[in-house]
Design a protein around this ligand. Structure first.
Ligand SMILES: [Zn+2]
Length: 304
């Protein structure tokens, strides 16, 4: 999440344009029951998001990060996925761990990713609800609903920089490690989710980081689902985010990320469950499922 923004994004900030709904219950009192439905459930994703936020800040190497890993593993295993932890150390010695989930040892052509670390030194009550937990929540609920689709899920560590701002040298530790670990066995496609649960969000995929073919898939998915083209749009630039290492390695990547620059909540305690809503998570799940179906359709699979 580097480069660009300022003025234009201020015009389409995520801040609500509608009256805020009643505040949700505190995370610890969020609905605990998961709904057993074959469809992607925004309620379930919201429940996961609240449970993760209740763990407190989940910065790299923290006890809460480990608690989160165990939570993710528990639900992935319950949905029939195998998991693997890839541990490594950042250059400053901080221990990091990516968590991968897969159904087969055969490499999948499509990788769905999110980051699950939270930025350090924000506040003791920092929930990082949208910037981290929302992506994990959508991936967990996707995991429950996906069956035979040839996808791999990865929950990345170290997206956040240790310094106040990300740079080419600081941040994206988990995604860079994963790309290096895979060597030449890279997926054909990647969809990265980041900040996908905010109320009234605007998703703005980075156009300069998106191939024409992938952009066509994205716009087709938006149209098929009947989503607003004003709320599911593109930004004519690039972001430094977890899609970049894959993109640079030749993976056809799509970064689903909400407008955040210029907001009053990003990397502050205001990024909490009060700005998350089940419908927003539901839409993010629906479009990811739609894209999975499109990419893995006969045409896409045969083109490998
Ligand atoms: Zn962040």
């Amino acid at each position: 999440m580097r480069r660009l923004f300022p003025l234009l994004l201020l015009l389409c900030s995520c801040d609500d344009q509608q009256p805020a709904p009643p505040a949700p219950p505190p995370a610890a009192q969020a609905p605990a029951e998961l709904v057993d439905t074959p469809e992607f459930s925004g309620h379930n994703a919201y429940t996961h998001c609240a449970a993760i936020c209740a763990m407190g800040p989940r910065y790299s190497g923290s006890a809460a990060y480990e608690t989160q890993l165990q939570y993710l593993e528990k639900h992935l295993h319950a949905a029939g996925w195998q998991t693997a932890r890839d541990t490594f150390a950042a250059p400053n010695g901080v221990r990091m761990c990516n968590l991968r989930a897969f159904r087969s040892s055969t490499p999948a052509p499509l990788l769905i990713s999110c980051h699950v670390d939270t930025k350090i030194n924000i506040a003791p009550d920092f929930q990082s609800a949208d910037d981290g937990a929302s992506g994990a929540a959508v991936l967990l609920e996707l995991a429950r609903t996906l069956k035979e689709e040839r996808v791999e899920l990865i929950f990345l560590d170290g997206e956040e920089a240790f310094a106040p701002r990300m740079s080419d040298e600081d941040g994206l530790y988990g995604s860079r490690f994963d790309v290096a670990r895979r060597g030449s066995t890279l997926p054909r496609w990647q969809i990265n989710l980041d900040m996908v649960g905010g109320r009234n969000k605007t998703i703005a995929v980075p156009a300069l980081d998106t191939s024409d073919a992938m952009y066509a898939q994205y716009t087709a998915a938006v149209k098929t689902l009947g989503f607003s083209e004003m709320k599911w749009t593109a930004w004519p630039g690039s972001y430094l985010d977890d899609h970049v290492p894959y993109l640079e390695a030749g993976v056809d990547s799509l970064n689903l990320i909400a407008v955040f620059s210029g907001s009053n909540w990003w990397h502050t305690p205001l990024d909490n469950m009060s700005r998350i809503c089940p419908r927003s998570l539901h839409e993010s799940g629906l479009i990811t499922r739609q894209l999975i179906g499109q990419l893995l359709s006969a045409d896409g699979a045969n083109a490998q």
